[in-house]
Structure formats: C-alpha cells, structure tokens
Ligand binder design. Structure first.
Ligand SMILES: NC(=O)c1ccc[n+]([C@@H]2O[C@H](COP(=O)([O-])OP(=O)(O)OC[C@H]3O[C@@H](n4cnc5c(N)ncnc54)[C@H](OP(=O)(O)O)[C@@H]3O)[C@@H](O)[C@H]2O)c1
Length: 247
C-alpha cells in the first residue's frame, strides 16, 4: 500500500502520541491529509505534526477534547474548509487506569466511559453528516482485546472497550445504507501507551498465552488501521478485528 488513501482527508482522535501518532503517520504515508486532536500535550502534538509532514503529507493539529462538543464541531468545520470533506475518522483517543474495582471511584468510571465511549459518539456524530451526504466514509473505533475477550483487565476499561464494539455494530447497521462503513480494531497489549503501567505479573501472563510470545508495536496496529479505512477494504462493515498475536 502506498497511495491507497491519496486525496482523502482523515481525522484521528488522540493523535499526539502512542498509537494515535503511529496511525497519523501510516495514513500520511498512504497519501492522506491528516488532522488530529489531543487535549493536553502540545509538545507531543508538535512531534506528530512533524512526523506527518516528514511523509510529505498535509497535517493539522487541534487542541480540543473529544468531550468538547462545540470544539469538535468547530474543528470539523475548519478541517473541511481547509482540506475538504472528512472521508476517514478514527476514534483512537482513550485512557487507561490500573485500579482494582474495590478502589475504583465513581469519577474513575465516568472518566473512562466518557473519554473512551462518549468521545467516540461525539466525534462520529460530528463527521457522519458530511459522510452521509457524500455517500461514502470510513469510521474506525479503537477498542482493545480487554473489550472482546474475558481477561484480567480493569473493569471500567473492559466495559468501555466492550461498549465500542456494540457502538460499532449498531452504527454500522444504521449508516451502512449511506455508503459509510464502521469497523472496530481491538489490539492486544502494545509496547507502550495505556499498557505502560501494567503490573509485571499481568504482562507475563499475557506473554505466556500469546502464540507470538511478544507484545505488539504501534506501527503493526497502525498499518492494519490504514488498510481498514482504505477503499481496498470495501465490504467489511460492523466487524471487530482482533490483533493480538493469538492470545
Ligand atoms: N497501548 C496499548 O497497549 C493499547 C492496547 C489496546 C488498545 N489501546 C487503545 O489505543 C488507543 C491509544 O492508546 P495509547 O496506548 O496510544 O495511549 P496514549 O499513549 O495514552 O495516548 C492517548 C492519546 O489520546 C489523547 N487523549 C486523551 N484524552 C483525550 C481527550 N479527552 N480528548 C482528546 N484526546 C485525548 C492523548 O493526548 P492528550 O493526553 O494530550 O490529551 C493521546 O494523544 C486507546 O483507545 C487505547 O485504549 C492501546
């Protein structure tokens, strides 16, 4: 794949570091114009922008939370006026938190569900009107193995990531008729990011069960994401793809 996304405008949420940055770069390498948002870290965001531009692609960054409905609407308007209709939206922004349920506060639960699930809803809603109008579009939700398989994971994280699978399926049914496909990608443990603070025992258990005997890299997931949102992937809709080296 080298130009499978040529001429397309993509929005990646949570693109300032980690998997989001790798996805931005993979889309840029495949010819897309890439916009992304983040909520806090401007230094990291600048590094992503540099990486996108190093691929020869047009990039733009927006400091706006996925929970800021008005800010998202403004961001989408700006992207569309500068780069044309958004053809691809990847709901990647997410948070993790290693905490046992006994110590989990209501605020922990709400933050987890809000950023991981409500954020995907708000951003999808902001982009889908134009996609429906265009009669084409790709929405990809980044879930996790913890959301699709029974495993030792924080309950609020597992619940939020499982919700994204249901969101994907219902949304795919609802807007597939307009030529917009909605899929979900569920990676296992990756080298860094939300898995960074995993207790060593949990990581060892994962590696024991993983047929490939290692965690995944951001780039490995990003390359699959770039394929999933391309025109090469035209009949997949409502699917959740697990990428975990066979756990
Ligand atoms: N790493 C893994 O092992 C792994 C495995 C499976 C699934 N995933 C999923 O992959 C996605 C990315 O994870 P990651 O490991 O790359 O995490 P990460 O390194 O912590 O990056 C998260 C990104 O989301 C942004 N973000 C957080 N809250 C936001 C908000 N309210 N609005 C907009 N952006 C926000 C962060 O930027 P700011 O902090 O500046 O806002 C950052 O760019 C998540 O959905 C995660 O659940 C990760």
């Amino acid at each position: 794949m080298t130009s499978s996304l040529a001429g397309k405008t993509a929005l990646v949420t949570g693109g300032s570091r980690g998997l989001g940055r790798a996805i931005c770069v993979a889309l840029a390498k495949n010819g897309a114009r890439v916009a992304f948002n983040y909520s806090r870290d401007e230094v990291e965001a600048a590094a992503t922008l540099t990486a996108i531009r190093a691929c020869g692609a047009v990039g733009s960054a927006f400091k706006v939370s996925v929970l800021d409905r008005q800010g998202i609407a403004e961001m989408v308007r700006t992207i569309e006026s500068e780069s044309g209709p958004i053809a691809i939206a990847i709901n990647n922004a997410g948070v993790g938190q290693v905490v046992p349920v006994a110590l989990m506060e209501e605020e922990d639960w709400d933050r987890m569900m809000n950023i991981n699930v409500k954020g995907a809803f708000l951003v999808s809603k902001a982009v889908m009107r134009s996609m429906i109008h265009q009669k084409r579009g790709r929405i990809l939700n980044i879930s996790s193995l913890a959301g699709v398989k029974m495993m030792n994971a924080p309950v609020h994280y597992a619940a939020a990531k499982a919700a994204l699978k249901g969101f994907t399926e219902a949304l795919a049914k609802e807007i597939g008729r307009y030529g917009v496909t909605v899929n979900c990608l569920a990676p296992g443990i990756l080298t860094e990011g939300v898995s960074a603070n995993l207790p060593p025992a949990k990581l060892e258990e994962y590696l024991r069960h993983c047929a490939l005997g290692r965690v995944g890299t951001f780039e490995e997931v990003a390359d699959v994401a770039a394929f999933l949102v391309s025109d090469l992937n035209s009949y997949m809709n409502g699917s959740t793809i697990v990428l975990d080296g066979a756990v």
